[in-house]
Design a protein around this ligand. Structure first.
Ligand code: SRM
Ligand code: SF4
Length: 628
């Protein structure tokens, strides 16, 4: 059992060196912020990520031989998606003043601003911080935004615990360096975060080698983590957070009176991969064990310390915790965690099946007030919807919870304000969940072009047309009632969590996608690669045979993902190869007056219009040729 933090490894990636030389996330960001360049050096770009910002450029504006149009993306850190009204309004203002006029709700319950110029970064960040927000640790090699089901149920204790622990775990793993506040708000001390005393005590407890002695960063140390690290806390049966895709997934367990007992802990989920590199893969989390509530911080620290000291720091493609677990096996991983934890872990408790839940529409919170879940296509808040959200938040001073499906819940709405809020939403074109196309309701796409530097093709911008085409296909095939979880990304990194969808399109070349099939409707199983490269134009031709076979051979109530998984990819390929689409009858159009005349004659003779037309055309074609 390893009990002492391992020394820094000898062969390390460049990012490890940048971290070491950064003086706990300060340099060279601080220095380069003072110069006039409109971009940062590579070292600064890497360190800036820990501050919640990515250097990007507008890829629509790239011109060969000319400097890129550099701009910055900022991502907020909102545990459980909580967004106070003051912060929402500030972000909304910033989007117009310094960004691209949109807000982008992320699938980890944060907000991204795009298009910020370097000279404005400090103003924008300072505004966010002064309005109760933070971007610290939204990106970089450390614990990212902690997710929780967004539903603000006041009368369901498990939901409240999940949200509370998302907050406290985020606090536990918050970087302790002063660099963030020094750089962005000149060290202003007005910004002090009220932490729960138990969190403070847990952070300082060094029972079994979980802490780095004498470091300003007691949990992370100089090198922080080998790679990004993701956590979610949920309640039994609620998979709104895609629990099994997280590095650590916690499930709140309460007794019959609603008192917190402890947590089931799952570890080693993660989705990023690289095309053509089989040693990179998506992976679902394994059960690690059950932890009583008063030991959960120590258990999380033990897992983090295991990844910190044993994760791969040489090759960033293999440095996520999922690869450590895949390499060691869960038993060795568990033993190592138990070493840091100081005791054996109990087995996980049995749980009910997990469900996809999105909380759209109006719901009683359980305290006399209401919340409304609003579908926001791919999380992009713009136009009339953006105005409506602003009006609602401004007028009623109500908070939001952003959802893991890139949507927003507005809550704490008194019953008397419900009609007015509903009217504002309707004016902005928000339809009730029952009128929303289920394909759109359940789909997600990542931003991809033009902002993401890693995109190989479109995602967010092309998803609406893909959904419309799939809807038309389903209707044509007599499958109008089906709903599918469809997800899309512009590259294989997996940002819209495609590998747990029923159908996924993963950018593999310009205007071409790898096709994944066979995840469940509730994101509890990995999908598999059906096609390596589907040109976007071949969407219908690719899906039609699969949907036809589904219609013929599905079991009662079986969903498309489960069907694909049951029959298997070879059977799907075999059917698709021999499939010939039913020939549609050729159509010839007639001028309306001729059509009306034909209809009248057909009615008078009691014959179908088509028979009359066929007779007339045959007579014409069979007439003797004038030249003969
Ligand atoms: Fe992501 C990198 C957007 C959730 C896996 N992700 C990126 C970057 C920052 C591109 C870059 O590195 O230059 C993207 C910025 C695009 C843009 O222009 O805005 C980006 N990721 C997103 C968001 C906004 C997608 C969305 O549609 O909401 C999500 C932000 C969440 C947040 O608030 O923190 C987002 N990214 C995810 C998820 C899903 C999740 O976390 O639940 C994943 C898969 C789960 C996982 O991490 O295993 C994910 N993003 C990646 C990866 C691959 C990581 C890996 O293990 O290989 C990268 C690339 C990297 O890290 O090298 C990446
Ligand atoms: Fe960019 Fe790829 Fe993530 Fe999409 S999946 S946002 S293209 S990194």
């Amino acid at each position: 059992m390893t009990q002492v933090a391992a020394p820094p490894p000898h062969k390390v990636s460049r990012v490890e060196v940048f971290k070491e030389e950064s003086n706990f996330l300060r340099e060279p960001v601080w220095q380069e912020l003072q110069n006039d360049a409109n971009f940062f050096s590579e070292a600064a770009i890497q360190i800036l990520k820990f501050h919640g910002s990515y250097q990007q450029d507008d890829r629509d504006k790239r011109v060969r031989g000319q400097e890129k149009a550099y701009q910055f993306m900022l991502r907020t850190r909102n545990p459980g998606g909580y967004l106070p009204p003051q912060l929402y309004l500030a972000l909304d203002d910033l989007a117009d003043q310094y960004g691209n006029g949109t807000l982008r709700i992320t699938d980890r319950q944060g907000i991204q601003l795009h298009g910020i110029l370097k000279q404005n970064l400090k103003t924008v960040l300072a505004t966010i911080i002064r309005n109760l927000g933070s971007t610290l640790g939204a990106c970089g090699d450390l614990n990212r935004n902690v997710m929780a089901p967004p539903a603000p149920y006041r009368d369901r204790p498990a939901y409240r615990y999940a949200q509370t622990y998302a907050d406290t775990l985020a606090d536990l793993l918050r970087p302790q360096t002063d660099a963030y506040y020094d750089i962005w708000v000149d060290g202003e001390k007005v910004i002090s975060v009220e932490e729960h005393p138990e969190v403070v005590a847990a952070r300082q407890r060094n029972g079994h080698g979980t802490l780095i002695p004498n470091s300003p960063e007691p949990i992370y140390g100089t090198y922080y983590l080998p790679r990004k690290f993701k956590m979610a806390v949920t309640v039994p049966g609620d998979n709104s957070v895609d629990l099994f895709t997280q590095d650590i997934g916690l499930v709140v367990l309460v007794d019959n009176q609603g008192n917190l007992e402890g947590f089931n802990v799952y570890v080693g989920g993660g989705l990023g991969r690289t095309h053509g590199k089989e040693d990179t893969f998506p992976r679902l989390a394994d059960p690690l064990g059950y932890v009583p509530a008063d030991q959960v911080y120590d258990a999380v620290k033990a897992i983090v310390a295991t990844q910190r000291d044993h994760g791969n720091r040489a090759d960033r493609r293999h440095s996520r915790m999922k690869y450590l677990i895949a390499e060691w096996g869960i038993e060795r991983f568990r033993q190592t965690v138990e070493g840091y934890f100081g005791q054996a872990l109990a087995p996980c408790r049995p749980l009910p099946d997990f469900q996809y839940l999105d909380f759209l529409g109006w719901h009683d919170q359980g305290d006399g007030r209401w919340f409304v879940g609003i579908n926001i296509a791919n999380g992009r808040v713009k136009g009339a919807l953006r105005q409506a959200l602003r009006q609602i938040v401004e007028r009623y001073q109500v908070p939001m919870r952003l959802t893991p499906h890139q949507n927003a819940l507005i809550y704490d709405i008194p019953i008397e304000h419900r009609p007015a809020v509903q009217a504002l939403l309707e004016q902005a074109g928000v339809v009730s969940p029952s009128d929303l196309d289920p394909l759109e309701r359940k789909s997600m796409a990542c931003p991809a072009l033009p902002t993401c530097g890693l995109a190989v093709t479109e995602s967010e911008r092309i998803m609406p047309s893909f959904l419309a085409r799939i809807r038309a296909l389903l209707n044509r095939l007599g499958l109008a009632e089906e709903d599918l979880v469809i997800r899309m990304t512009g590259c294989p990194n997996g940002c819209a969590r495609p590998y747990v969808a029923e159908v996924a399109f993963v950018g593999s070349a310009p205007e071409a996608y790898q096709v994944w099939l066979g995840g469940t409707a509730h994101q509890t199983r990995l999908a598999e690669v059906y096609l390596e490269r589907m040109p976007a134009a071949e969407l219908e031709a690719t899906l039609e045979p699969l949907l036809v076979l589904f219609k013929q051979k599905r079991r009662p109530a079986e969903g498309f993902g489960d069907f694909c998984h049951r029959v298997g990819l070879p059977a799907l390929h075999a059917f698709a190869q021999q499939y010939r689409p039913a020939r549609t009858k050729p159509r010839v159009s007639l001028p309306p007056h001729l059509h009306d005349q034909l209809k009248a004659v057909a009615a008078a003779h009691g014959r179908p219009v088509s028979a009359l037309v066929a007779e007339a055309v045959r007579a014409y074609l069979e007439r003797p040729s004038p030249e003969a």
